[in-house]
Design a protein around this ligand. Structure first.
Ligand SMILES: Nc1ncnc2c1ncn2[C@@H]1O[C@H](COP(=O)(O)OP(=O)(O)O)[C@@H](O)[C@H]1O
Ligand SMILES: [Mg+2]
Length: 250
């Protein structure tokens, strides 16, 4: 199997705070890979660095055998040696950010249109929207409603649908279950599995909800304080005593 995404020994800092201290992660084509870790471990920083939103101090990130970001030393934060975010997205990567970041005053439909900003063909945009309404029927019913009137789970589904409007090969999800009721989380994870299995989208999933994430994933990584402390098949991590006591409450 070939790596679709290869993160090689990256460091990311916010001023004096070293958020990522040399992190390496590989995602094979077609897999669901998850990264679990407590609040503040560095998970969002990692996802943001993949799409060019945080510059690397050192290391590099490759996607589909092209380098998309490279380290540039401590003192050049303003001159990141990485592709601009829009260009990274146009290569087939989409991020569903933490906290959903929906445009609350826009309708569901307008949000989905925003997700297709790189698609120029109007009929293609209509086709993709109708696929999203088939896949998430609740969004079809609510398409003319302002996003702020949606429940948290519906907003999360809309954020995922918005990312899928760009037809990504690699979908990055930042805590899709955050703040949602267990049944809603299950619903969202089952959609993520379908997106992976049926639409052949490679998924890189970041979660504090370790149990749900490890059950859904093929491979898993555990991050603590900006370092990967464990990596294995997700099924092996579920059975790992350290993971059980620290992340699964067992
Ligand atoms: N914009 C920022 N400025 C300064 N520090 C930040 C910023 N974003 C995150 N951090 C710090 O970097 C570390 C990792 O944060 P983050 O990547 O958000 O972790 P996680 O997503 O795992 O909760 C934390 O110590 C956090 O306080
Ligand atoms: Mg986070």
């Amino acid at each position: 199997m070939s790596s679709l995404l290869s993160i090689d020994d990256i460091q990311v800092s916010y001023g004096n705070i070293k958020a990522l201290k040399g992190v390496s992660i590989d995602a094979q084509e077609g897999q669901i890979v998850c990264l679990i870790g407590a609040n503040g471990a560095g998970k969002s920083t990692l996802l943001r660095s993949i799409v060019g939103l945080e510059p690397l101090v050192s290391g590099q990130i490759s996607y589909s055998d092209s380098v998309i970001a490279q380290g540039h030393g401590e003192h050049h934060r303003g001159h990141a040696n990485c592709l601009p975010t829009e260009q990274i997205c146009s290569l087939g990567i989409a991020l569903v950010p933490e906290g959903r970041r929906v445009f609350a005053d826009m309708t569901v439909e307008e949000n989905l249109d925003m997700g297709a900003f790189l698609v120029k063909d109007k009929s293609e945009i209509l086709k993709r929207k109708s696929e999203m309404y088939d896949f998430f029927p609740i969004l079809g019913q609510r398409r003319k409603q302002k996003t702020r009137s949606l429940s948290g789970g519906e907003q999360q589904m809309m954020a995922i649908a918005r990312a899928l409007m760009s037809s990504p090969h690699l979908l990055l999800l930042d805590e899709p279950g955050l703040g949602l009721a267990p049944l809603v989380v299950q619903d969202i994870f089952s959609k993520i599995s379908i997106i992976n299995k049926e639409n052949k989208v490679t998924v890189f999933l970041v979660e504090q909800n370790a149990r749900m994430a490890l059950r859904a994933a093929d491979d898993g990584y555990v991050m603590e304080n900006g370092l990967i402390v464990l990596s294995d098949k997700a099924s092996a991590l579920l059975a790992n005593p350290k993971v059980k006591s620290a992340y699964l409450g067992q």
